[in-house]
Design a protein around this ligand. Structure first.
Ligand code: PMP
Length: 354
């Protein structure tokens, strides 16, 4: 890292940036470290992007009307219930800016998406973490403190464990004084979406992404679903920041991908089937994995430390992810790749474990 320049502001000095997983600059690696989809995007999305490219001289629709309509249709909601942004990271950032009460702390799990504390630092939001239970389950009964908002992923990341919708609804019945933000980046791989509850609970905001189940991580599109009042708050922040977060190519490709239900179902089912096979193969090799409702597996080995396995896999050109938080430092998060990628992972593990 470069040394701090004395012209940096006090804010810049305080910021601890988010560190994304490695995006390698060389080819030939088996990339199972950042939960991308191993399958290409829908051919209809690619065709829509090619068509939109002819109109790149023009600004995009600042309201992303077509894309929001496609999302609204899929969830049986109105376009006023949908906000679109440049990846769900950006949508989460807008939500943190627009919707949290600053008099009380934001609550989120101690083991969770590491972007949440980064946004808290950036926007000056106080937060408290709520420990997961010993089995890494997220118990919403533990969220009893008065708070300025509650945020959690469902399924959680990096554990992959999912919550039943009934637990989320019980929290919403109890916690009416602040916004409940459910980050559903991985929901399509086996959890129940809370999107249908936004009609009943005006303090619920659900975020989703096209990066995972729609194979469009490179396009950077995510969205939020909520009561029209919450969506209006997000829109105000967006208009004060960047009126056009979703560019023409992204809006066109994402709308087409949202409408290609058959392709979506086919690739999602393939990922889920591979996940179940991979969990079984890892178990044969001495790994214990948490039940996963996501496109990744959180796993620990009976005798080999995770940092050693990470390094030995890297030496064999297989990238997986490890997090440094002490509670999970002996665990690896492995993205469910294609069958060929998973076979390469298992062959590398066989070489390492002997
Ligand atoms: N939420 C969680 C829990 C994630 O793991 C990710 C992916 N890193 C995101 C949100 C953001 O995804 P994107 O910005 O690609 O939509």
């Amino acid at each position: 890292m470069t040394a701090a320049n004395p012209y940096w502001s006090a804010l810049t000095h305080r910021l601890v940036p988010y560190v994304p997983g490695e995006q390698p600059k060389v080819d030939g690696l088996v990339k199972l470290n950042t939960n991308e989809n191993p399958y290409p995007p829908s051919p209809k999305a690619i065709a829509a992007i090619a068509e939109a490219a002819g109109r790149l001289a023009l600004y995009p629709d600042p309201e992303s009307t077509e894309l929001r309509a496609a999302v609204a249709e899929r969830h049986g909601l109105g376009i006023d219930n949908v906000f679109a942004g440049n990846g769900s990271d950006e949508v989460l950032g807008f939500a943190f800016m627009a919707l949290l009460k600053h008099e009380q702390p934001l609550l989120f799990p101690d083991i969770s998406y590491s972007f949440y504390p980064v946004y808290c630092g950036l926007f000056g939001i106080e937060y408290r973490t709520v420990p997961l239970r010993d089995d890494f389950s997220l118990a919403l009964d533990d969220y009893t403190q008065s708070n300025g908002g509650i945020v959690f992923p469902n399924p959680n990341a990096p554990t992959g464990r999912a919550l039943p919708l009934a637990d989320i609804e019980a929290l919403l019945r109890r916690n009416t004084g602040s916004v409940v933000l459910v980050d559903e980046a991985y929901v399509d791989f086996g959890a129940e979406s809370a999107a249908g509850l936004v009609r009943k609970y005006p303090n619920l905001l659900v975020t989703q992404t096209l990066s995972k189940s729609r194979s469009l991580a490179g396009l950077r599109v995510g969205f939020a679903i909520g009561d029209a009042g919450l969506i209006e708050a997000l829109r105000r922040v967006k208009d004060s920041f960047n009126s056009y977060p979703v560019d023409r190519l992204a809006a066109a490709g994402a709308a087409a991908a949202m409408r290609d239900e058959d392709y979506f179902a086919q690739t999602r089912d393939a990922v889920i089937a591979t996940r179940e096979r991979l969990v079984a193969e890892l178990a044969k090799r001495g790994f214990t994995s948490l039940p996963s409702a996501a496109n990744f597996i959180f796993t620990t080995h009976a005798s080999r430390p995770a940092d050693e396995l990470l390094a030995e896999l890297r030496a064999r050109k297989v990238l997986v992810r490890r997090f440094s938080a002490p509670r999970i430092a002996n665990w690896l998060r492995i993205t469910v790749g294609s069958d060929e990628q998973c076979a390469a992972l298992l062959a590398a593990l066989d070489g390492i474990l002997g």
